[in-house]
Ligand binder design. Structure first.
Ligand SMILES: Cc1cc2nc3c(=O)[nH]c(=O)nc-3n(C[C@H](O)[C@H](O)[C@H](O)COP(=O)(O)OP(=O)(O)OC[C@H]3O[C@@H](n4cnc5c(N)ncnc54)[C@H](O)[C@@H]3O)c2cc1C
Length: 466
């Protein structure tokens, strides 16, 4: 790779090559993992290109292909497994200035991939009281392209399921990494080729996403003395088809009181909480439903006169729970798991009993294959990497599969097997393997064995300077 010749080919484009800024743009939220942190800390691109249009993306791709320079796409850089980190150096293609919201129509929005998710929601709300079906808790900083390429589900998934569910993405416009790059529109089953592929087999420049009705969602915190009772309430509420909610999270004591600083004055120390976002017209049935459970409503955003300084409750949920806990308890990390339907409540009770305060439990309820169940985003008081691996193994053994968030590859963080569709698409769109190298094991090492604890170490990782 010849970076100086590449630079001269890219004359006229916005390029960042000051080492501090390049380093900043080469990092994401990988520090969530005590395993990834030392492994990836030194990773740095050679330069950052910030295209302003699809034509500039095409120019960059042509030049990088000609010079054999790897390209790692970046949106907001909020991914938390090092997905957006350029393991082999090369170019970080920063799409954060391609932010146009192109069209809003009944039930759908078309936007450039670099549009910030909350900006899309704001525009759709102003246009016709609509909003995206789901968003990550990083909606204020993450891009829609990054969510599609690196995210999975979030606030809204209790109604709509995950991004992988048919209908939750309508269309993606993708640029290939070839001598003469192609621009392809993907629909239907073909969306699975690039959704959650970490930009390893195409650069998404435009997305078309479905919209639903926007409401002035009411934020609530319901407190419980008993964690399993809180889980039962959350599970039962999620199954109430007539009560419209956008978020149902359960977080075990002592985390909520210790870490939700701005809400602390409404809360009681030592309680487990259920966080809710509820449609205003559903409040009466929700209150009636809640009265049948031993929970106490500690906070309702529609009853607080001045909400200044109080974050939306979704910024206490999903990975924001871990983020807040990490600030208060250094050494805190997390795991990701699925509590399979229909035994989710019994399985939660089991893992809660198994690990106690070493693994403060955190659940996000959602529709998964049409059934209401929960993901575990439980926190872990980290001691050693061996113990962290052991905790994950014990979850798996208890019938609670773990999606390991301490790995940077698609397969190890996912189903621990090759995604043949994504691999085949990469062969078609990225013959030199220049897109986000090191993130798809099947491309680099088709025979890799995903046996317990075996970690894939990408041989092409750029060595630390010095
Ligand atoms: C505090 C916190 C809370 C979070 N909450 C959630 C949550 O609720 N749900 C959830 O799913 N995730 C969550 N995440 C992970 C992450 O924030 C989201 O997935 C987010 O949508 C990523 O968007 P981004 O623009 O920051 O993507 P980036 O981090 O920039 O990129 C993510 C991946 O997608 C690739 N990529 C980015 N843009 C493109 C593109 N245009 N074309 C091709 N590839 C591309 C990158 O190379 C990278 O592999 C959270 C992370 C943090 C730190």
């Amino acid at each position: 790779m010849n970076i100086e010749s590449l630079k001269s080919d890219l004359g006229g484009l916005k390029i960042i090559d000051s080492p501090n800024l390049v380093r900043l743009k080469s990092r994401d939220a990988f520090y969530f993992s005590p395993i990834l942190k030392p492994e990836l800390d030194h990773v740095i691109a050679d330069l950052v290109v910030v295209p302003q249009s699809e034509a500039e993306v095409l120019r960059t791709v042509r030049a990088c292909f000609a010079h054999d320079v790897p390209v790692t796409v970046r949106g907001g850089g909020t991914g938390n497994y090092g997905q957006a980190m350029p393991l082999s150096g090369g170019v970080v293609l920063d799409l954060s200035e391609m932010t146009e919201i192109i069209e809003i129509a009944p039930g759908r929005v078309v936007a450039q991939a670099g549009a910030i998710i909350s900006d899309i929601d704001k525009a759709a709300r102003a246009h016709s009281m609509q909003e995206l079906r789901m968003h990550p808790s990083t909606a204020h900083t993450a891009t829609i392209g990054g969510f599609v390429a690196g995210g999975s589900s979030g606030i809204g998934s209790i109604q709509w399921g995950g991004l992988r569910d048919p209908g939750n993405i309508i269309r993606l416009r993708v640029i290939t990494m070839e001598a003469e790059p192609r621009v392809i529109d993907l629909h239907g089953d073909d969306l699975q080729k690039v959704a959650h592929a970490y930009g390893t087999n195409g650069i998404i420049t435009e997305v078309e996403m479905p919209l639903s009705t926007a409401y002035d969602w009411v934020d609530m915190i319901v407190e419980f003395d008993d964690f399993v009772e809180a889980t039962e309430y959350a599970n039962d509420l999620g199954s109430q088809d007539g009560i419209l909610t956008k978020l149902i999270s359960v977080i075990a004591a002592p985390i909520p009181f210790q870490t939700f600083k701005r809400h602390q004055r409404f809360m009681t120390e030592g309680k487990h909480v259920v966080l809710l976002m509820a449609a205003p017209h559903g409040m009466m049935p929700l209150l009636a439903f809640t009265a049948h459970y031993p929970g106490k409503i500690a906070f309702r955003s529609d009853e607080v006169a001045d909400l200044k300084g109080i974050p939306p409750v979704f910024e206490l949920s999903w990975n924001h729970t871990t983020l807040r806990a990490m600030k208060v308890a250094p050494g805190m990390t997390y795991i990701q798991s699925l509590y399979p339907y229909p035994n989710q409540v019994a399985s939660v009770a089991k893992t809660y009993e198994m690990f106690g305060d070493e693994v403060p439990h955190h659940l996000e309820f959602l529709r998964f294959d049409g059934n209401v169940t929960c993901f575990g985003l439980s926190m872990v008081r980290h001691t050693t990497d061996a113990r962290l691996n052991e905790i994950m193994r014990q979850h798996d053994a208890a019938g609670v599969p773990v999606f390991n968030p301490h790995r940077y590859t698609l397969e190890e963080g996912g189903m621990k097997q090759t995604d043949e569709l994504q691999l085949a698409f990469k062969k078609e769109t990225d013959p030199k393997g220049l897109l986000n190298p090191g993130k798809m094991v099947a491309w680099d090492d088709p025979d890799f064995d995903y046996a317990d604890d075996k970690v894939y170490l990408y041989p092409g990782i750029k060595k630390p300077a010095g």
